[in-house]
Write a protein that binds this ligand. Structure first.
Ligand code: ADP
Ligand code: MG
Length: 843
């Protein structure tokens, strides 16, 4: 298709004008309109963006390369000339480059080396609807840069966009929209739910393919699968079907060679079936597709709280993604889309995927921001701020890893960590590997902790015996055994039978290899020494400690597996660990035990020594003396302790304590109800209620209420001089409590909130005072005769509630209005009671 005929060209004049008039533009146009390939060219060719490069930010490496190649081709230029691309570890650009496609990290790193981004005229954010974390923060930084470089143009592009929040964020900005062209696509759902555990998704996809082709559907086919493995199985399955004869069946994903990727998107002399990951969802357009088969899954990165890192999980895609995929069948002519799930299942899917900022680990991003001079990440201009809790957790982790200091500033180690394209924990690990001559081991440990464990649990005695025989018995780290198990599996080509004998999960072990190689490659590129001799145990242990120092734990006792963990947590040591005899350990994996709050299970442990904590983290060691209440001795003792990040390493007790401090601590125990002041009885409480009754009922008389704080002060005063439970026995209480009021005020209490009130019948009735309640007087009806007015206390300002009792002393009625009681309630009451108690006097 002639690129100049693509729908995006409708917007050419508008775009060119918008570039002249302002510096922020949103472009919304459906996939295939020509955004990614044409917009950078329009910007460059119209000349309104000023001199300099047009940088196009792409979420995927594969797309960056293919787009650059396509645009260079359209402009009849060699790749790396006027048009180039740059992704992690791969660069095709030159001094002539005017349009540069880059992936997320690249531009952010450019900000680090040149905060003014000299030589860049325009930044185009492509596929912005995917809301990648790096896209979000690069946009924030670009907006900030515009304050000093208003000539910088920002263009945000997307196929589908809920532009609302973005519009506000970018204001003032121009919005350009193209409807594009779309042919209708018929959606076919699975009739019955397909259980992929019994009927693999590649077989289901091949079935759908067969059905489509046999029904005479025309055009090329695009199949969506979650990852490389499923793609190769699908390619095999489709090739195996008879109706696939005459088709070229081609895989497309990021791990393939450039040659294979080009083949999948390029022209073909036969009908094509392209089996792709979600790169083909919106990033890449393949011409001629009229049939889409969608397995409905994608690999999605999510924060795994157990391992403290992101892991790729195969998950159901959202309805929005499914619709994008469907659209791929209707670009050139009407098409069909086969969804391998039922219509009912469809409704249950989420509308949209959460933005990465809300589901990813933030450590790497925050470290990059810090390296870019943004110390106050909490107040960074986030398009959508991350959860404050995960941000706080991230900052704590970076501090523990030594990447930032206690003031939150980047350290020298942190500065080095930034250049490692990986989670800061593993960057720290590789650097520690260099320090201790164990880079190779560090890479392997890093690889081993990314996925599921390669050693199966709960194996029988026989397997365990073979394991010990082959792998040896270690006592310093679970990782030594894990590393040997992996080497064993590797040497045996991951053969299931060999692995099974040792209880090694062959599939999981196989997945470790490419990760290990990737870590090794990065280590090499960063100039680390990967060929050191085998390290001493101690060096390896220290390397592990430096990378997981946020998970140091100390055994509470020898008998159980209970541990105290740094930062005030508690946990249980995994039963299978080889370091069961160690007193101090560092765990590489901690799992929260469901429903038990901060209680965790500590896995993959390594023994460490206290001296190493002194040596490696001198700033995190705290020595303090404090007075505490010893619940066993039931006395205040002075405790001298040494802490590492809140974890008590050592403690010793002494009896000598400061009396003032002791009094405060004893008082706290009393206030919390754990100790008793024997003489603080009901009478004291009643008296306090009387004081409060007058204080509240007659505020004009200046009686101070006795609130929580006053109680605390009283209890502290009473406890002065006490250091243990026994000392509380004879503590006088009344004297202190009454000293709250002056002699004149005490006199008012006696008179105005009296303990008893004399009634006309001669009864000296007791008044009940309770906190927060009006005063109450109870008396049998006969004793209330002639009491025609409601009794009042507190200078006549506080009415007393009168509770009338039947002859059996049961309360019958409560009133604060005696007149009305005698007139209205009493006659009925009398009738009833007289029948039951005829011998009493009833007036
Ligand atoms: P958008 O970004 O709006 O989805 P693109 O700019 O990626 O659109 O693609 C526009 C059109 O350019 C596609 O529909 C296709 O016709 C053509 N095109 C893009 N990339 C290639 C390529 N690598 N090979 C052949 N044609 C391509
Ligand atoms: Mg695009």
């Amino acid at each position: 298709m002639n690129p100049k005929k693509l729908p995006i060209y409708e917007l050419r004049v508008e775009l060119s004008d918008a570039l002249k008039a302002g510096n922020r533009i949103i472009i919304e146009a459906p996939t295939g309109s020509g955004k990614s390939t044409q917009v950078p060219q329009i910007v460059l060719d119209c000349g309104n963006a000023g001199p300099g490069e047009v940088v196009v930010l792409q979420p995927r490496r594969l797309a960056a390369r293919l787009l650059a190649k396509r645009v260079a081709f359209e402009r009849n230029e060699p790749l790396g000339g006027e048009v180039g691309y740059q992704v992690r570890m791969e660069k095709h650009v030159s001094a002539k480059t005017q349009i540069r496609y880059v992936t997320e990290g690249i531009l952010l790193r450019q900000f680090l080396s040149d905060p003014q981004l000299r030589g860049v005229s325009t930044i185009v954010f492509d596929e912005f609807h995917e809301r990648h974390i790096y896209g979000d923060i690069t946009l924030a930084r670009a907006l900030r840069l515009q304050k000093t470089r208003p000539d910088l143009k920002i263009i945000v592009m997307s196929a589908t966009l809920d532009a609302g929040p973005l519009r506000e964020y970018l204001a003032p900005c121009r919005e350009l929209k193209s409807e594009g062209r779309m042919f209708p696509v018929e959606i076919c759902y699975a009739k019955k739910r397909i259980d992929f555990r019994h009927h693999p998704m590649w077989e289901a996809a091949a079935d759908a393919f067969e059905q489509a082709i046999e029904s005479g559907a025309e055009g090329d086919v695009l199949v969506f699968m979650p990852g490389g493995y499923e793609i190769s199985r699908t390619v095999e399955a489709i090739r195996g079907r008879r109706c696939a004869r005459g088709f070229a069946v081609l895989p497309l994903h990021g791990e393939l060679s450039a040659h294979d990727q080009d083949a999948a998107v390029g022209e073909c002399d036969r009908r094509k079936v392209v089996v792709a990951t979600n790169v083909a969802e919106t990033s890449i357009t393949i011409d001629g597709i009229r049939i889409v088969i969608d397995a409905g899954f994608a690999r999605i990165a999510r924060y795994d709280p157990n391992r403290g890192i992101d892991t790729l999980l195969v998950e159901r895609i959202s309805r929005a993604s499914a619709d994008q995929r469907t659209g791929r069948a209707g670009r050139t002519a009407p098409g069909t889309c086969h969804r391998l799930w039922t219509e009912q299942e469809h409704v249950a899917r989420p509308m949209q995927e959460l933005p990465e900022i809300l589901r990813h680990d933030l450590a790497e991003v925050v470290l990059t921001l810090k390296a870019g001079g943004i110390d106050d990440v909490e107040n960074f201009e986030w398009l959508e701020p991350p959860d404050p809790k995960s941000l706080a957790r991230t900052l704590a982790l970076l501090a523990d890893l030594g990447a930032i200091d206690h003031a939150g500033r980047l350290t020298a180690v942190g500065q080095k960590m930034v250049s490692f394209p990986m989670h800061p924990r593993y960057a720290r690990m590789l650097l520690a590997g260099q320090e201790y001559g164990c880079v190779r081991q560090a890479c392997l440990i890093a690889a081993l902790t990314q996925g599921r464990s390669i050693l199966e649990r709960n194996k029988g005695a026989e397997t365990r015996g073979t394991r010990d025989e082959v792998l040896g018995e270690d006592d310093v780290s679970d990782f030594q055994r894990l590393m040997r198990a992996w080497s064993f599996a590797d040497q045996n080509q991951y053969r299931v039978d060999a692995c099974r004998r040792l209880g090694v999960h062959a599939g999981a072990a196989r997945l470790v290899k490419p990760l290990y190689q990737r870590f090794m490659k990065i280590a090499e590129q960063e100039g680390l020494d990967i060929n050191a001799r085998a390290p001493l145990d101690e060096d390896l242990q220290k390397c592990i400690l430096l990378s997981f120092s946020d998970q140091v734990a100390k055994r509470r006792d020898r008998g159980t597996l209970h541990c105290a963990v740094v930062h005030g947590r508690a946990g249980d040591l995994d039963r299978d660990t080889v370091v069961r005899d160690a007193e101090l350990v560092v765990a590489a994996e901690i799992r929260e035990i469901e429903g038990r709050g901060l209680n965790v299970r500590l896995n993959l442990c390594t023994a460490i020594s206290e001296a190493w904590l002194d040596e490696l983290f001198p700033e995190d060691i705290e020595e303090k003396t404090e007075a505490v209440f010893d619940p066993v001795l039931k006395r205040v003792v002075s405790k001298e302790c040494k802490l590492f990040r809140g974890l008590e390493l050592q403690a010793s007790m002494k009896q000598a304590v400061d009396p003032q401090q002791a009094a405060e601590i004893i008082a706290e125990e009393v206030l919390a109800g754990r100790l008793e002041l024997y003489k603080w009885d009901e009478a004291v409480e009643t008296w306090i209620a009387r004081v409060n009754c007058l204080a509240e009922g007659c505020p004009d008389y200046g009686i101070p209420a006795i609130d929580e704080e006053a109680r605390r002060a009283m209890v502290q005063e009473i406890c002065l001089g006490a250091v243990c439970k026994r000392d509380l026995k004879d503590r006088p209480v009344w004297k202190v409590v009454k000293s709250w009021l002056s002699a004149a005020q005490l006199d008012l209490i006696d008179k105005q909130v009296p303990e008893r009130i004399k009634l006309p019948s001669g009864l000296n009735a007791r008044v009940r005072y309770e906190a927060g309640q009006p005063p109450v007087l109870s008396a049998s009806i006969q004793k209330l005769y002639d009491l025609n007015e409601t009794p009042r206390i507190g200078f006549g300002q506080i009415p007393v509630v009168v509770e009338a009792l039947a002859p059996n002393q049961r309360p019958q009625q409560k009133t604060q209005d005696m007149k009305s009681f005698w007139e209205n309630a009493y006659p009925m009451l009398k009738k009833e009671l007289k029948g039951r108690y005829p011998k009493h006097e009833w007036r």
